[in-house]
Design a protein around this ligand. Structure first.
Ligand SMILES: NC(=O)C1=CN([C@@H]2O[C@H](COP(=O)(O)OP(=O)(O)OC[C@H]3O[C@@H](n4cnc5c(N)ncnc54)[C@H](OP(=O)(O)O)[C@@H]3O)[C@@H](O)[C@H]2O)[C@H](O)CC1
Ligand code: K
Length: 508
């Protein structure tokens, strides 16, 4: 499903109006009616319910007046609190129509905070039509801030029109203060702010209503952002005649005497996601740990401690058809030598996933990525801390920064997975958001599982970007399958990976 910014939404709206002769009025009418329908579907019939609609001065408020008018068809218990007189032609029209239908409007300036609080607390459902995609600055007006606080404090239930007022549609950030909705009904296509935190949390349940905007193909509009959903995801093809040689080997280079388990988690995850042969190349203790967990793993022991020559010798023997994962549990000692290993791996034509300390080492010389073999796919799987080191930008600046993920991937010719509660993937062309998962994944070791899972999918010949999309989605699903959220070790997530794949296969 495509995801858009407020600017893109305005462009789609404009083309719908000019190229398809569907007026702004029709769009607003349909937007308002779709909110009423969504409320009915969610909360049941209206005869025993009371409503208050908080309308701002723009078209979001205009939608609110349509909602109010349509609700009058079902109940008399409808009130509007207007915050500023409607300023656009269509909003004005719908304000007038509501009045003509006998609708009651209180102005916030006359009611004051106390009066507004009373009306809000008495209503069963508060419809938030204060600001939508037109919010263009921080809300710093004291009276507005107080109103939003009162809505959050006293409402029994809030339904936001398009987006919770105060949430920036383009990045999900709170612009001073914001409404916490129970249900949000958006129009046409979801906006980025619906999927990035805190906006994602403030939406409550999200419904996407069709209001008559033609498809992107018809509008000849190129949108480069998508939400990862099951329909388009690819799964590996495993022909019945295949044998272990049909698939690529997965080779995990990582682990240290400090972090013994990380590469083992990665390796076990690769097996769970379908890899046929997984090697762990590491120090003795890691190899022992790997063997004790699964004798089917193949270990290449480089000695008691990190040994660059032995690693180089091993890499020289590796055939073409391999997926490398470098970094889980590596630690950052001997970073110069480790950097030289990454350089060697970048020169092979095999797919390379760089994770964890592999990324921390790489951040000392990011330009190494420019030397990669041109036919090669490189995947980086940073969490925000690692991405901050890679880009030399503050954590604040990189968190959820989908444009940066996009630019970085384009600049270095890599696929980047910025892992977070909403993960962001880019191959430098498109941007994908993944929203599966929960806090069962917020655990040490879960990143190692993801890198192994991606390697397992690529070993079964999925295109790297397809593997990444499927991988992050399935990884999230596996996290959601933990019986009690958060009460788990990362290790237990491994058990849910096959089941998560099954669920994805069945849902297609
Ligand atoms: N896009 C579509 O296809 C459709 C959209 N609809 C609805 O329209 C809104 C967007 O409407 P718009 O009029 O562009 O914007 P808003 O209603 O969200 O807000 C604009 C008004 O708010 C003022 N504003 C903005 N930021 C602040 C702030 N921080 N503090 C105070 N006031 C603020 C702004 O004032 P200006 O001074 O900047 O002019 C405007 O007065 C969309 O979200 C949908 O709900 C359609 O009806 C259906 C089709
Ligand atoms: K709103």
């Amino acid at each position: 499903m495509f995801v858009i910014t407020s600017k893109e939404m305005k462009e789609l709206e404009k083309r719908t109006i000019t190229d398809f002769d569907i007026s702004e009025e029709i769009l607003m009418e349909r937007a308002g009616i779709s909110v009423v329908q969504a409320i009915w579907n969610e909360y049941g019939e209206f005869s025993n319910k009371s409503f208050v609609i908080i309308c701002g001065s723009g078209n979001n408020g205009g939608d609110g007046y349509v909602v109010a008018r349509d609700l009058l068809n079902y109940t008399e218990a409808v009130r509007v609190i207007s915050v500023g007189h409607p300023t656009t032609e269509v909003a004005k029209k719908n304000y007038e129509r509501y009045l003509k239908h006998g609708g009651i409007v209180y102005t916030y300036s006359e009611l004051g905070l106390e009066g507004a609080s009373k009306i809000i607390s008495e209503a069963d459902i508060v419809v938030d039509a204060l600001f939508g995609t037109g919010l263009n600055r921080e809300i710093n007006d004291e009276e507005l801030t107080k109103l939003i606080e009162v809505m959050n404090l006293y409402s029994k239930c809030i339904v936001s029109v398009d987006i919770p007022s105060g949430v920036c549609a383009d990045d999900g950030k709170i612009m001073g203060c914001a409404v916490q909705a129970d249900l949000t009904v958006t129009f046409g296509l979801p906006k980025v702010g619906h999927f990035l935190f805190p906006g994602r949390e403030l939406c409550g349940k999200l419904k996407i209503a069709k209001i008559g905007i033609p498809s992107l193909d018809m509008l000849t509009c190129d949108i480069n952002k998508e939400l990862i959903t099951t329909e388009k995801l690819r799964l590996p093809n495993r022909p019945r005649w295949s044998n272990k040689g049909t698939y690529s080997q997965v080779i995990i280079i990582g682990g240290s005497n400090k972090y013994i388990g990380a590469p083992v988690l990665s390796a076990l995850s690769a097996l769970r996601s379908g890899a046929s042969m997984v090697k762990v190349v590491s120090v003795s203790k890691v190899c022992q740990c790997a063997m004790s967990h699964d004798p089917a793993l193949i270990c290449v022991n480089i000695g008691e401690d990190f040994n660059v020559e032995k690693l180089e010798d091993f890499i020289a023997t590796v055939s073409k058809d391999v997926v490398f994962v470098v970094g889980p549990g590596w630690d950052t000692q001997n970073s110069e030598e480790k950097l030289s290993i990454i350089k060697k791996l970048l020169l092979t034509s095999n797919t390379l996933i760089i994770d964890a300390d592999g990324l921390n080492v790489l951040s000392q010389n990011i330009d190494l990525l420019r030397e990669k073999n041109s036919s090669k796919s490189v995947i980086l799987t940073p969490h925000p801390g690692e991405f901050s080191r890679l880009t030399k930008k503050s954590l604040e600046k990189v968190k959820q920064n989908y444009e940066l993920v996009h630019e970085f991937s384009k600049e270095y010719g890599v696929i980047t997975v910025l892992k977070d509660a909403t993960s962001i993937v880019s191959d430098g062309k498109k941007i994908y958001f993944n929203i599966t998962g929960n806090t069962s994944l917020s655990k040490a070791g879960s990143g190692d599982i993801l890198s192994g899972l991606l390697a397992g999918l690529i070993s079964q010949h999925l295109e790297p970007v397809e593997a990444v999309k499927t991988g992050v989605y399935v990884f999230g699903l596996a996290g959601e399958m933990v019986p009690v959220e958060g009460m788990n070790s990362a290790f237990s997530i491994l058990n849910y990976i096959p089941e998560a794949f099954k669920r994805l296969r069945e849902s297609k």
